[in-house]
Design a binder for this molecule. Structure first.
Ligand SMILES: Nc1ncnc2c1ncn2[C@@H]1O[C@H](COP(=O)(O)OP(=O)(O)O)[C@@H](O)[C@H]1O
Ligand SMILES: [Mg+2]
Length: 528
């Protein structure tokens, strides 16, 4: 009689095939349910309470996913894939989640009908490749100078955010800001972080301003330093401005009282030397990522030199870039060429915080948005919105391709994939059709969230896509009309839809190929 070979440690649990797949897909479905109703302009809000009782109310899928504490490997994989769209595009998280989950759900149905996962993943791959090709063919090619298109993309991204009253104003502001930072390198998206957003209380978001300069939240080192410095020559340094202390506790024995003064004079001499370096170069502002002692601060103040200290890396980068300075570690090597320039450097108190503002900088590509509004929570969500919208506008400028939203692109893709499926034989055909159904989940959800009749509107939408010229027929859930959404200005970057499709098929491929879950002793089985 053969003895069973035990290769797993005692207590290890093994979940097989059907059950493993069900567990994973059910966990993914559960997460999807929490964000699904937030999709689109009529999406519902969610109230999230964290472990210390802080409440966040949001209808932003990406925000919700960030705050959820998810304890399932497969669901976490989906969340990570969805988050990657936020990093890559700045928008589209909820869409990616809904599409991925729908792909998996449809696959599960096929598996339950006895189809092996292999042809399903293969069919999905064929469908995804075809869909990407279709998008490449039908997307509208635009010019990055086309302000109307950029504004439309900004407005569409804002449609699902809680800032209805300032949508047009913010669209204009973000397009201006992105145009400021963009160059000819087609890489504006990576520079969106250069638009610094500073939040400040005010009567309304309408008071928000675009400022050609950089804000850094820092107070001056010494209160008697000047508040305004015109035509500033700025030294950006990475060096402690203090007397150099010995690293370890050294004792200095001074027996003669006269030596005490000598010792202090010696210390002082170091500071005076530093001061001389700055004065000789005509420096009027010092920016330092290290400390500046009170004593040295007083010396600088006496000379009318302003200074800020202990700047973060990102602030250092922002200033250096704006004023076109070189950071210097060794003061003795500081030279005229290292210095930066700004027409105006100003210390300013905004709300409770102190800021230093550099305007009229050498590099005109540095801009800040002074975001004004009422409640803290409104400001925070407006900040997230602005960041997303800046990203979307930058993406459109970089990729120069847009498609119509409000479900239009998904209906058109589904239609063309069904035609494509007719030419495919075998089980893959079923998978391509399942892929098309998953794409339609986006318009379906938009319709459902708007409280409209799903069957009626989906039938009408499908029927509306007759010829090539109908490709942008979609639903506007603000007016509840079906029409040409490109003409209506409901548009989004083609790159967003590309990413949704890639992310969804990638996840489906990963999850469907899992046929065993092996959990170490004590670990919680997935899906529970
Ligand atoms: N006026 C509109 N009518 C219908 N759908 C719209 C409208 N404006 C935007 N949308 C759609 O809303 C969806 C985005 O919703 P959103 O809640 O922002 O989710 P995501 O996290 O995926 O960005 C997109 O499919 C977009 O086309
Ligand atoms: Mg969005």
């Amino acid at each position: 009689m053969s003895v069973p070979i035990i290769i797993l440690k005692e207590g290890t649990e093994e979940t097989k095939e059907r059950e493993a797949r069900m567990q994973n897909i059910n966990a993914i479905k559960a997460i999807t349910q929490t964000v699904k109703s937030t999709l689109g302009p009529k999406g519902m809000n969610k109230m999230l309470v964290d472990s210390v009782g802080d409440v966040t109310i949001t209808n932003d899928g990406a925000e919700i996913l960030k705050l959820l504490d998810i304890d399932n490997v497969a669901a976490n994989m989906m969340v990570n894939i969805a988050k990657s769209i936020d990093e890559d595009i700045g928008d589209g998280t909820t869409t990616a989640v809904i599409f991925s989950a729908s792909l998996l759900e449809n696959a599960l149905e096929l598996i339950e009908q006895g189809i092996h996962p292999k042809p399903i993943t293969h069919g999905y791959k064929l469908a995804a490749d075809k869909a990407l090709k279709i998008i490449g063919d039908i997307a509208e090619k635009i010019s990055p100078d086309d302000d109307k298109i950029l504004m439309d993309a900004a407005r569409t991204a804002m449609n699902s955010k809680d800032i209805v009253g300032v949508k047009d104003y913010f669209a204009e502001l973000t397009v201006k800001a992105v145009k400021h930072i963009s160059g000819d390198d087609g890489n504006t998206f990576s520079k969106v972080g250069n638009v610094k957003i500073v939040k400040t209380p005010g009567k309304s978001l309408k008071e928000t301003e675009l400022i050609n300069g950089v804000y850094i939240q820092k107070e001056k080192v010494n209160s008697t330093m000047p508040d305004v410095i015109k035509n500033a020559k700025i030294a950006v340094i990475r060096r402690k401005l203090d007397i150099v202390k010995t690293e370890f506790d050294a004792q200095i024995k001074i027996s003669n009282p006269a030596d005490i003064q000598k010792f202090l004079d010696q210390e002082d001499k170091i500071l005076v030397d530093y001061l001389k370096i700055f004065k000789d170069l005509g420096v009027t502002v010092i920016v330092n990522n290290k400390d500046i002692s009170d004593k040295f601060g007083a010396y600088l103040a006496r000379e009318g030199i302003a200074a800020v200290k202990n700047l973060s890396d990102s602030d250092m980068k922002a200033v250096t870039k704006a004023i076109d300075a070189n950071t210097v570690d060794d003061l003795h090597s500081l030279s005229e060429e290292d210095l930066g320039f700004a027409e105006n450097v100003k210390f300013e108190k905004i709300a409770k915080d102190e800021y230093i503002l550099f305007t009229g900088c050498k590099n005109p590509k540095s801009v800040s948005i002074l975001l004004k509004g009422g409640l803290d929570k409104i400001l925070s969500s407006a900040e997230i919105t602005l960041h997303d919208v800046l990203s979307v506008v930058a993406k459109v400028m970089d990729t120069k391709e847009v498609v119509a939203g409000g479900g239009a692109i998904y209906i058109e893709l589904a239609k063309r994939l069904r035609e494509f499926a007719n030419n495919i034989s075998g089980k893959e055909q079923l998978a391509v059709n399942a892929f098309a159904i998953a794409l339609e989940e986006i318009p379906k959800t938009l319709i459902k969230n708007a409280g409209l009749d799903e069957i009626e509107n989906m039938t009408e939408l499908r029927a509306a896509h007759k010829t090539e010229s109908d490709k942008w027929k979609g639903i506007d859930t603000i007016t509840n009309e079906i029409g040409d959404n490109f003409e209506k200005g409901i548009i989004e970057p083609a790159a967003l839809v590309n990413h949704v499709i890639k992310a969804g098929s990638e996840l489906a491929n990963l999850i469907l190929r899992v046929d065993r879950i092996i959990s170490a002793k004590g670990s919680r089985p997935p899906g529970l």
